[in-house]
Design a protein around this ligand. Structure first.
Ligand SMILES: Nc1ncnc2c1ncn2[C@@H]1O[C@H](COP(=O)(O)OP(=O)(O)OP(=O)(O)O)[C@@H](O)[C@H]1O
Length: 301
């Protein structure tokens, strides 16, 4: 694991904003760290970057304890939290050259970075005249100068227009696929990370509500058949005898796994053909956004 936290907790005064968080971020992944505003994402990120001191629990980055190997670990992390530190009166290239000197990186790396973050066409334009998306990409360019293995980005798409979001997504995918990086990126919108994340952690009120691969998240939202019958319990028992195992039986209806339209027709015929009156039968599927809202709302209740 590139990042592993064990029972990480953090209090601001007597408000606990991070609760026993155990994150697992695999190498070469894009890990979408999701949660609504105020969920505790920035606080967690600040602890990962040692900007806030850990109060309870431990953080391992590159399998080493952060507190004991601070300098070595932090030198291999590039980060972007809130606004990137950019000089508006300097061009994009000058901003990068400036930082290259500071972190003692060869100047010729600046042109490679400009290409990588697709700012080569705007290299000589004043950064103050950049669009928000360009500023964010320059911020990532600055974070990439020292060739870190891990990038930690706090809401890098905040405020970007749809085009800016797509460009950011393509950049992060390229970094992971072709440049061997691991990206930990926070967002309050699942739809923004869904198309690029390989793994997802969902938090709300400081608590981890889901963690796993994007496929595992999709599995949670697998389609179901909702069947409403005259007698749901009897119909469910009958279905079980036919090897159709309901996931849930409620007063409102039965939920069974959905396989195909044809299969749904077969279930319908089986029930009606055996004397179970079917009032309604339909496919039910939560899209990921709905699932995300359900997961975060459930924890609020
Ligand atoms: N310096 C601080 N002092 C006191 N409370 C704070 C401080 N910083 C954050 N908080 C509180 O901690 C909780 C978590 O905030 P945090 O910024 O980590 O959430 P977030 O998930 O990043 O949200 P957002 O997307 O709005 O930035 C919130 O209730 C916030 O009000």
């Amino acid at each position: 694991m590139v990042i592993r936290t064990e029972e990480l907790s953090f209090n601001f005064g007597n408000q606990q904003v991070v609760k026993s968080l155990s994150l697992n971020v695999p190498s070469n992944s894009i890990y979408g760290f999701l949660g609504p505003n105020g969920a505790g994402k920035t606080t967690t990120i600040k602890m990962l970057l040692n900007l806030l001191k850990t109060q309870y629990g431990s953080i391992y980055i590159f399998e080493q304890e952060l507190n004991k190997n601070r300098v070595q670990i932090l030198s291999q992390i590039g980060s972007l939290i809130e606004q990137p530190a950019i000089y508006s009166h300097l061009t994009g290239k000058e901003n990068l050259l400036n930082r290259a000197m500071l972190v003692q990186v060869a100047k010729n790396r600046v042109d490679d970075i400009l290409k990588l973050v697709q700012l080569d066409h705007a290299a000589d334009k004043k950064a103050g005249k950049y669009s928000l998306g360009m500023k964010q990409r320059l911020g990532i360019g600055l974070a990439l100068l020292a060739d870190p293995k891990l990038l930690i980005l706090d809401e890098p798409t905040n405020g970007l227009d749809p085009n800016g979001i797509i460009e950011m997504r393509e950049l992060l995918i390229d970094l992971v696929r072709n440049h061997d990086k691991t990206v930990f990126v926070s967002s309050h919108l699942l739809s923004e990370v869904e198309k690029m994340a390989t793994h997802v952690g969902i938090i709300n009120h400081g608590e981890l509500l889901f963690q796993g691969s994007i496929t595992e998240l999709r599995d949670v939202s697998k389609p179901l058949i909702h069947i409403e019958t005259e007698d749901n319990v009897a119909a469910a028992n009958f279905l079980m005898k036919q090897n159709i195992i309901p996931v849930e039986v409620k007063d409102e209806g039965i939920l069974a796994p959905y396989i195909s339209r044809e299969d749904m027709g077969r279930v319908n015929s089986l029930l009606t053909g055996n004397g179970y009156q079917v009032y309604s039968i339909c496919k039910q599927q939560k899209d990921l956004e709905k699932l995300f809202l359900d997961i975060t709302k459930k924890a609020q209740a």
